[in-house]
Write a protein that binds this ligand. Structure first.
Ligand code: NAI
Length: 330
């Protein structure tokens, strides 16, 4: 039995976390969830956004499944997600972009894996208000942190027999920062047999919309990775469909790409697939490949049928009805 920290999070987080629990229980997956709470709701009760119990559980288990956490937009405290990623140096944000079912999509052959640097860039939080009319944000790129994420992307491409790694930057304009990231990518690529493709982020956005199947493994900086993965979500059915993981040397936090979706929270209509697919990535990483495959197959079969789709996919099922359909399929 593997103990895994479960942080349900805010907004739709508790609804989709409970959906994962139900599926794991039904399959008798050898995972024991240790549930701890972080986020806006906890702050109201305990006066801390990330109570000590969360750190203790993460440090003991080193592996977690996390729901989304609300961050105030344009004011207020720093993102708790960014804080956790920085504190535990979870430098790889891996987001596979591949349809999980036969859906009415423009492209059904998208199969890319995005490696996003997760600890620096404009997310370093070095911002300065100069005056009421002027504010600065410092973009930080270092050779060491660029090297380790590019290496992670190439190691993954090697392990899974992928054909190319594309590095995405805006090195024509930000010659110092993005130029450094690109230079390091070129250096790392010399140690591998897999070709490195170089592409500017604006062209990347257009190519992903027009010809997404040309991309295999993609590696990029923090902000571009964040934006391109939401774009990728749009290619495969939306934010309810795209999983991810934040990985460091000795800790991994699995989470969906989407946020707390306050517009649909507590309505029972959230699509739990993205968190379920994140949980499948977790299962694979702890050696439970069969369980992961069974859940993926059930998701594929249920969502490929227009009669059993959630609302974000054009269907009518609530979260609970969808989970029931999955359980029947399982
Ligand atoms: P969001 O991802 O929460 O929602 C964007 C749109 O997608 C909304 O219309 C929402 O209803 C829909 N959506 C998202 N997930 C869905 C699901 N599972 N099923 C059905 N529909 C879904 O992004 P938004 O609104 O920009 O951010 C809301 C909050 O979430 C903010 O406080 C933000 O900081 C936070 N956030 C947290 C993240 C995390 O904890 N890792 C990641 C992204 C945002």
């Amino acid at each position: 039995m593997k103990t895994v920290t479960l942080i349900p999070g805010d907004g739709i987080g508790p609804e989709i976390a409970s959906a994962v629990r139900t599926v794991f229980d039904a399959l008798q997956v050898p995972v024991a969830f240790e549930e701890v709470h972080a986020g806006a709701a906890v702050f109201e009760k305990e006066g801390a956004y990330i109570p000590e119990s969360v750190y203790e559980s993460l440090e003991a288990n080193r592996i977690a499944l996390k729901g989304p956490i609300t961050t105030p937009i344009g004011h207020g405290f720093r993102s708790l997600n960014v804080q956790l990623r920085k504190k535990y140096d979870l430098y790889q944000n891996i987001r596979p972009i591949k349809p999980a079912a036969k859906l009415p999509l423009k492209f059904d052959d998208v199969d890319m894996v995005l490696f996003r640097e997760n600890t620096e860039d404009l997310y370093a939080g070095v911002e300065e208000v100069i005056s009421d009319d002027e504010a600065h944000s410092i973009k930080i790129i270092t050779a060491g942190k660029s090297r380790r994420i590019v290496k992670a992307a190439f190691d993954y491409a090697t392990k899974f027999g992928r054909e190319s790694v594309a590095v995405v930057t805006k090195a024509n304009i930000m010659k110092a920062t993005d130029g450094l990231f690109l230079r390091i990518a070129r250096e790392v690529a010399e140690d591998y047999d897999i070709p490195l493709r170089e592409i500017l982020v604006d062209n990347m956005a257009m190519q992903m919309v027009m010809h997404p199947a040309q991309f295999d493994v993609v590696v990029t900086e923090n902000l571009y990775g964040d934006i391109l993965s939401d774009l990728g979500a749009g290619l495969i059915g939306g934010l309810g469909m795209i999983p991810g993981v934040n990985k460091g040397h000795d800790m991994a936090i699995y989470e969906a790409v989407h946020g707390s979706a306050p517009d649909i929270a507590n309505k029972g209509i959230a699509n739990p697939t993205a968190l379920l697919l994140s949980a499948c990535m977790l299962l694979e990483d702890i050696g439970e490949r069969d369980a992961a495959e069974r859940i993926r197959t059930a998701i594929h079969d249920v969502l490929s049928d227009p009669a059993t789709r959630t609302r974000d996919l054009g269907g009518t099922l609530t979260t609970v009805e969808y989970i029931d359909a999955l359980l029947q399929r399982l």
